[in-house]
Design a protein. Structure first.
Length: 95
């Protein structure tokens, strides 16, 4: 499964030039949904012995006082078992 999001910055600039108001909540919703697809794909490839490593792979949104600033699909190092997920490396060739 391959997920690829390209051109978001160009789309936002084009919409802004047309006078459209882009709500940061809408952007956050779209990016979280796309990031969740990446998290699901990563989790589906991880071996499951206890499930603890899978739990640490999450969608993480970063926020400031001004609102939403970004979304990360990856290891939540603040998770109790976040140290486990980085040890899984699948390479680029089929196994």
């Amino acid at each position: 499964m391959k997920n690829n999001v390209q051109g978001l910055a160009e789309v936002l600039r084009a919409l802004e030039s047309m006078g459209k108001d882009i709500d940061s909540k809408q952007i956050e919703s779209v990016t979280r949904n796309e990031a969740q697809k990446i998290v699901n794909a990563a989790k589906s490839m991880m071996p499951e012995q206890t499930g603890l490593a899978k739990q640490s792979v999450q969608v993480i949104s970063t926020k400031t006082e001004n609102g939403f600033t970004g979304t990360l699909a990856g290891i939540n190092w603040h998770d109790e078992h976040g140290y486990l997920a980085h040890i899984f490396e699948f390479g680029t060739s089929p196994r």
